[in-house]
Design a protein around this ligand. Structure first.
Ligand SMILES: Cc1ncc(COP(=O)(O)O)c(C=O)c1O
Length: 396
């Protein structure tokens, strides 16, 4: 494992130099909402625009340079996600790409069929499937969330998946509770009946290595702005699946390869920046990130357990979770907590963060949701302590 030096790494994120009104560093503990961009991503975007941009597949050298850039980043994305380069689809964000894929499944789903969703997902991995079911007359079946453990009841999959199941959608990790989800039971159940598997890895990607092919998942979706890159989205799909399905497209747009799935002109600067983020993560190593984040998780879990007026929702153990925590504070509305902490230079989100189903399952949806505290590898123990201290001071 490479040496992990948080101070040196923090210096690679210009936005982390921000200070609050007392001159203290701002603790941006809203990483699950979007991480700060790393120098390599910022530089790659700026360099692309400075050096000149152009449409792909043109007759002049600048266009060939853009072709080479896109091919390079496709290969890097494939390495990062354990997938094939010709199955990497770039898009504006994960939500648009998921709707796009779900629309293409209309032809494969009909009345009497069903799709399986989970109560742990962000709505970007729920609404596209609900609307697919609505359009086609299919039934939606739910894998339930156990509110006591913050984990999915995957034992129920056996009864939920049958030979009329066409798609099984599940999260790699929860952006609300931090729960990491093992894809194996979903893949096993879906494979047994020939259903498509779709994993939303948006929250997982900054925290843990992903291997689409080893996991046996058909499509993995993620968003570079959650792993230190620019605002963008990408799919890593089985190339055979991309060939088999027919996406909405313009007539003159490419008829083959991943570009068949990309609508309009791609953001080449975002693709360049995404390449920078992959290069950075390769430098640091996901194993080192996992190890460092486990220490942050342990520190936060121990600390929060000692604050009587704060309740943690979701997994209470270090294993099988990211350093993302949903908490409520006795006598405080989540929004008021976020505002109070924000004034102290501690950025956290409050509400449901589009994770409507988890919040409903926890009974929090109609009560303002929860406060979400989310760290990544560029945070240190001092950041965790600042958040704990600020929560500890919230007495009525
Ligand atoms: C787990 C998860 N899935 C999906 C999304 C949607 O991603 P995007 O903003 O790229 O559409 C988010 C965004 O917060 C998320 O956290």
């Amino acid at each position: 494992m490479r040496e992990f030096d948080p101070t040196r790494l923090r210096a690679r994120f210009p936005a982390l130099a921000a200070t609050d009104r007392f001159g203290r560093p701002v603790v941006h503990a809203d990483a699950p909402g979007g991480t700060q961009a790393v120098d390599r991503a910022i530089d790659a975007m700026a360099e692309h625009l400075r050096a000149g941009t152009a449409n792909q597949h043109g007759a002049f050298p600048l266009s060939a340079r853009v072709d080479a850039l896109v091919d390079d980043v496709r290969r890097a994305a494939a390495r990062f996600l354990g997938s094939e380069a010709d199955g990497i689809v770039f898009g504006p964000n994960m939500t648009s790409l998921t709707f796009h894929l779900a629309n293409a499944l209309d032809a494969c789903v009909g009345a009497g069929d069903n799709v399986v969703c989970t109560q742990l997902d962000h709505d970007a991995n729920v609404s596209p499937w609900l609307q697919l079911a609505d359009r086609t007359g299919a039934e939606v079946r739910w894998v339930a969330l156990d509110p006591a453990t913050g984990r999915l009841r995957t034992d129920d999959l056996e009864g939920l998946v049958d030979d009329r199941t066409r798609a099984v959608a599940f999260p790699g990790a929860s952006n609300a509770l931090g729960t990491i989800v093992d894809p194996a039971p979903f893949v096993a159940a879906a494979k047994a009946v020939g259903a498509l598997t779709f994993m939303d890895a948006v929250h997982l990607a900054p925290h843990q290595a992903i291997d689409r092919k080893a996991a046996g998942v058909d499509v993995v979706a993620c968003s570079p702005y959650k792993f230190f890159g620019p605002h963008a989205g990408l799919l890593a799909a089985s190339p055979e699946l991309l060939r088999f399905l027919a996406p909405q497209k313009l007539r003159p747009a490419p008829d083959h390869g991943p570009e068949r799935w990309q609508t309009g002109t791609a953001s080449f600067e975002a693709i360049a920046g995404t390449g920078g983020a992959f290069a950075y993560l390769h430098e640091v190593g996901m194993d080192a990130i996992v190890a460092h984040e486990a220490t942050l998780t342990r520190r936060f879990l121990d600390g929060v357990a000692a604050i009587n007026h704060v309740t943690l929702h979701g997994p209470a153990e270090v294993e099988g979770r990211t350093p993302t925590f949903a908490v409520t504070v006795d006598g405080w509305a989540p929004q008021a907590v976020a505002e109070t902490l924000g004034a102290e230079g501690v950025n956290v989100w409050a509400g449901h963060y589009y994770a409507i189903e988890p919040m409903r399952a926890l009974g929090l949806l109609d009560h303002g949701g929860a406060v979400r505290v989310g760290f990544v590898h560029y945070h240190g123990p001092d950041d965790v302590d600042r958040v704990l201290e600020a929560l500890g001071e919230l007495v009525l």
